[in-house]
Design a protein around this ligand. Structure first.
Ligand code: FES
Length: 283
């Protein structure tokens, strides 16, 4: 285990962070109710998480500014523009990150808090760097930028830890393919109209919903963070996740409202001798 990984693991266990993280996450959760704002911040409108897309802008701009600061001379104005670009871009980037972080729990929430603190420090240092440059204090501006790059690197490392080690922001159904054959999953006569029921197919689980003659089957593990869709609410041809309110169409699993950005796997169904059978849709 590297020293950086060891540090991230220590943060995961640092329970004192919960005293700050939990009230802040609750406040963000109250402010960002399911709806258009949440769809925008999460990236549901794009079908892709928005935060990792936006992070490229300040990281790229500030990294290149550092390089041009080293070159100096006629590269100085371009470095200043890049510092300013990063400062402007960091604001929506932080807003989307704060939104995503508010849905986490436990260890990822602690790491996310430190990730946000490091990136906020980077933003503060680069803002100070920009002000120093505008006042003609280039040496101070460069030094502040260099310190900002250090904070940005620490924040970026923890952001990577959140995604690649903790699995935050990853489609939780990415490896769930559904059954290749037609296993029995429920008695058709026992499925009530418009209410979710849990079904099991091999090692996978499903949410089954009857709508008239039609029976829908989606994977029961919410693509957002693994919430149980079989405990969700069904209305208007959709199922709503009980954890963070993502809404998926029953007919095809597409996202109607975030924070989920990936569709829910939807399976083919048929009824044979009153038994509901499901199969993965051909790709
Ligand atoms: S787990 Fe977050 S919306 Fe389903």
């Amino acid at each position: 285990m590297s020293v950086f990984d060891d540090l991230a693991r220590r943060i995961e266990r640092w329970s004192a962070l919960d005293r700050a993280a939990d009230p802040l996450a609750a406040a963000v959760g109250r402010a960002a109710r399911p709806g258009p704002v949440r769809d925008l911040l999460s990236g549901a409108v794009l079908g892709h998480p928005l935060h990792p897309l936006l992070t490229d802008v300040p990281i790229g701009a500030w990294t290149m500014a550092g390089l041009l600061d080293l070159v100096g001379g006629r590269a100085a104005p371009a470095a200043d523009v890049l510092v300013a670009t990063g400062v402007v871009a960091a604001v929506p980037t932080a807003a989307t990150g704060l939104h995503d972080w508010s849905d986490t729990r436990g260890a990822p929430r602690r790491v996310g808090l430190v990730h946000a603190a490091a990136n906020s420090a980077a933003l503060g240092l680069y803002t100070a760097s920009l002000l120093a440059r505008l006042r003609g204090r280039r040496t101070a501006g460069k030094a502040l930028g260099l310190a900002g790059l250090g904070a940005l690197t620490a924040g970026g490392y923890l952001g990577g830890h959140l995604s690649y080690v903790e699995g935050v922001g990853v489609n939780r159904t990415a490896w769930r393919r559904g059954p290749a054959r037609w296993p029995d999953v429920a008695a058709a006569g026992e499925l009530p109209e418009g209410e979710p029921r849990r079904g099991v197919a091999g090692r996978g689980s499903l949410v089954l919903v009857r709508e008239g003659e039609r029976i829908h089957a989606l994977d029961s593990v919410c693509s957002h963070m693994g919430g149980p869709l079989d405990e969700g609410e069904v209305a208007g041809g959709c199922v709503r996740c009980p954890w963070h309110g993502s809404v998926f169409r029953l007919v095809d699993g597409s996202v109607v409202h975030g924070p989920a950005t990936s569709p829910q796997p939807a399976y083919e169904t048929r009824v044979e001798q009153d038994r509901v059978q499901v199969r993965a849709r051909p790709r």
